[in-house]
Ligand binder design. Structure first.
Ligand SMILES: Cc1cc2nc3c(=O)[nH]c(=O)nc-3n(C[C@H](O)[C@H](O)[C@H](O)COP(=O)(O)O)c2cc1C
Length: 399
């Protein structure tokens, strides 16, 4: 029988591991070692479950719950987020515990109905509402659009735990469920990956919510998110990192993304990279069709600029670049500059199109004028691009 893992007195992890998950959110977010769907049990005069895992893993969650409370009833269930990886087991749960009192946000009620087509007598909670379970008081804080309208977190006094749902999540799948078992660098890197691919469009909301939580002055010993490990040792570093993510804090770093059939645009990309790199800029260079946008967005999070290159194919940019620019626009990137470049045969139109799309995505251009190349770059052309890299490096370092 699967066992619960104790976090603190009366507080238990009763979630599940999905070690085989390699594609999170469909194809949107490739991950390397699987993930977890975290549910938590609070054992007090009233027993409370927080979130109910993906439906296919429901029985495993139940085994862990039974390992602590046997056949005792559960009094409350909190739906912190209606997305199926956290609420998929809810209908089965309510069949098993028909007297349990469900709690969710107003937005959560609507989404639950639209997904599971069943009405329940939810307690609709908003920021500051509380639930006293005996010794503990649970306080709810709505987190709209981090990353759906209904996300909320639950703070438990005396235990000093924040059940943070998607905020502060990461895809680390391990039975060693505390951060210190994995080291600071890995935990923050995975949190960054998760932020860049799930939370990035909502940086403003994240910054405001962090401020609100800090102003509440709550003692916090643990942050228990809905995916991955539980934070107890690196909480300060996590808050600092989230502050940087939310404000798009950047280093002297440039991301170059390109697509190229005959390697002409690739030669341009590499010359630009060399010009930048030789002048103390950290450069990450990716052929778009070979790289998941998830990897590129993570690198872009702390870069000052992005250069996007494409050859001209039937008077259009490469489909991979068009798709990437769509993704870039949806991420509402802030405080970064950009520039298009690329090779053409008989019509110099694509680089201008790339520049227009970059500006529409909210990224001002690094310079006026079009960086384009007719067919194959000569050594002179490549030298000029390296020189341009040097000029851009100076501009990037100055900002
Ligand atoms: C399928 C295909 C379609 C092309 N269509 C155009 C075009 O409409 N206009 C143009 O100027 N060049 C066109 N070209 C020429 C390329 O833009 C040119 O060869 C360029 O140097 C390719 O850069 P790359 O090696 O980075 O892909 C086309 C090339 C290919 C392979």
């Amino acid at each position: 029988m699967k066992q619960a893992i104790q976090l603190k007195e009366n507080m238990y992890w009763v979630g599940v591991h999905d070690f085989n998950c390699r594609h999170f959110h469909g194809d949107l977010f490739p991950i390397s070692e699987g993930t977890t769907y975290n549910s938590y049990l609070i054992v007090d005069e009233q027993i409370t479950l927080i979130d109910t895992v993906e439906e296919e893993f429901f029985d495993i969650m139940m085994e862990r719950i039974h390992s602590i409370i046997g056949d005792k009833p559960i009094d409350n269930v909190i739906v912190q987020h209606a997305e199926p990886d956290h609420s998929g087991g809810f209908v089965k749960f309510m069949q098993a515990y028909p007297n349990a009192q469900p709690y969710t946000s107003n937005a959560g009620v609507k989404i639950m109905l639209k997904q599971y087509f069943r009405e329940y007598d939810y307690h609709k909670v908003k920021t500051g509402d509380t639930l006293c379970t005996g010794d503990y008081t649970l306080t709810f804080v709505e987190m709209p659009m981090i990353h759906w309208p209904d996300n909320m977190l639950t703070y438990v006094d005396k235990a000093n735990i924040v059940f943070s749902n998607d905020a502060f999540g990461q895809h680390i799948a391990s039975y060693d469920i505390f951060d210190d078992a994995h080291g600071l660098a890995k935990c923050i890197d995975r949190a960054k990956d998760y932020y860049a691919n799930i939370v990035m469009p909502y940086g403003m909301q994240v910054a405001n919510k962090l401020k609100q939580i800090q102003e509440m002055g709550l003692p916090i010993d643990m942050i228990a998110p809905a995916h991955g490990i539980i934070w107890r040792t690196y909480i300060k570093e996590l808050f600092d990192a989230y502050q940087e993510f939310a404000t798009f804090a950047a280093k002297d770093k440039v991301v170059i993304v390109y697509e190229s059939v005959w390697k002409h645009t690739q030669m341009m990309a590499e010359a630009l990279a060399e010009g930048l790199g030789r002048n103390s800029i950290c450069v990450k260079i990716f052929k778009c069709s070979l790289t998941s946008p998830a990897i590129i967005m993570k690198e872009l999070l702390d870069a000052k600029a992005i250069l996007v290159g494409s050859g001209n194919y039937n008077n259009a940019m490469a489909p991979s670049i068009a798709a990437f620019l769509e993704k870039l626009a949806s991420c509402k990137v802030k405080n970064k500059k950009a520039l298009g470049f690329g090779s053409y045969g008989w019509a110099d139109v694509v680089t201008k199109q790339v520049n227009e799309r970059l500006v529409r995505a909210g990224l001002p251009l690094l310079q006026d004028g079009v960086v384009s190349q007719n067919y194959t770059p000569t050594q002179e052309d490549l030298d000029a691009l390296m020189e341009l890299g040097k000029t851009l490096a100076a501009e990037i370092k100055a900002n």
